[in-house]
Structure formats: structure tokens, C-alpha cells
Design a protein around this ligand. Structure first.
Ligand code: 5GP
Ligand code: ZN
Length: 123
């Protein structure tokens, strides 16, 4: 898609700090991190918003969600369970959709936000 920032990042026409790449997905660091870990997971193929997805996107949406905990683990913010069974660590996954959803870049992306608590209270 012409003039789409994240298509250009996916095509490596614009540099980014890439943390994961496969045939369908790219994940890279958010340029303005809201927390110690702030990654964006995008499908390489352009789709503007979650509302523009169809059944044809089901597999790639599943892959985005499945990648999140793997990247969280690689970046030190997996949920872990102590010997007492109490959970620790953790992260937030977020997809902003449309103006009322706070979306600024119109290429579907999932935020993966984690680290020790500074993002608490944010959306
Ligand atoms: P949205 O509000 O659309 O859900 O989030 C867009 C995100 O993209 C923001 O968190 C913003 O910091 C990030 N972003 C915007 N431009 C760039 C860029 O050129 N490179 C990277 N890595 N992130 C960007
Ligand atoms: Zn795009």
C-alpha cells in the first residue's frame, strides 16, 4: 500500500528495530515506547484496521496473538508462576481501532507492552 508507514517498515524502506520476522509477520520496537518493553506486531500484508479484516485474515490474526507471549518471554515479561502458584510478570496486548479507538497508524498492529508497571493506568 502506497504511503503506508508500516508497509514501508515491512518493506524495509524505513528502518526499524526488528525483533521478529517470518513470512506473514513483522515485529519491531515502538519508536515512542510507553513502557520498558513496547513492541508492535504487524501483518506484512496491508490491512488498515481490525474492522477491515475478513475470514481470510483469521490465520494471520491468530499468528499475531500467538507471537505475543513468545516475544514477551524473549523480552523478559512473560507471566510466570512462583512456587506458591502466585502469578508474576506479565504484559498487555492492545489493538487500537479507528479514531475512537485511538488508532494513529492505519495499518493493523498489535501493541505488546510490558515491564515493571510504568504503564499501569494507561489504556
Ligand atoms: P496507534 O495509536 O496507531 O495504535 O499506534 C501507533 C504506534 O506507532 C505509536 O505507539 C507510535 O509510537 C508508533 N510509531 C509511529 N511511527 C513510528 C515509526 O516510524 N516507527 C516505529 N517503530 N513506531 C512508530
Ligand atoms: Zn500498510
Amino acid at each position: 500500500m502506497e504511503n503506508c508507514l508500516f508497509c514501508k517498515i515491512a518493506a524495509k524502506q524505513i528502518p526499524s528495530s526488528i525483533v521478529h520476522e517470518d513470512d506473514d509477520l513483522l515485529a519491531f520496537k515502538d519508536i515512542h515506547p510507553a513502557a520498558p518493553v513496547h513492541l508492535l506486531i504487524i501483518p506484512k500484508q496491508h490491512v488498515a484496521t481490525l474492522s477491515d479484516t475478513t475470514e481470510a485474515h483469521t490465520a494471520v490474526l491468530g499468528k499475531m496473538l500467538a507471537l505475543a507471549p513468545k516475544l514477551a518471554a524473549e523480552h523478559g515479561c512473560a507471566v510466570h508462576h512462583g512456587v506458591d502458584g502466585k502469578p508474576g510478570g506479565g504484559f498487555k496486548t492492545l489493538i487500537n481501532s479507528g479514531p475512537d479507538g485511538g488508532q494513529e497508524v492505519y495499518h493493523l498492529h498489535m501493541h505488546l507492552i510490558g515491564g515493571p508497571h510504568p504503564w499501569r493506568g494507561q489504556h
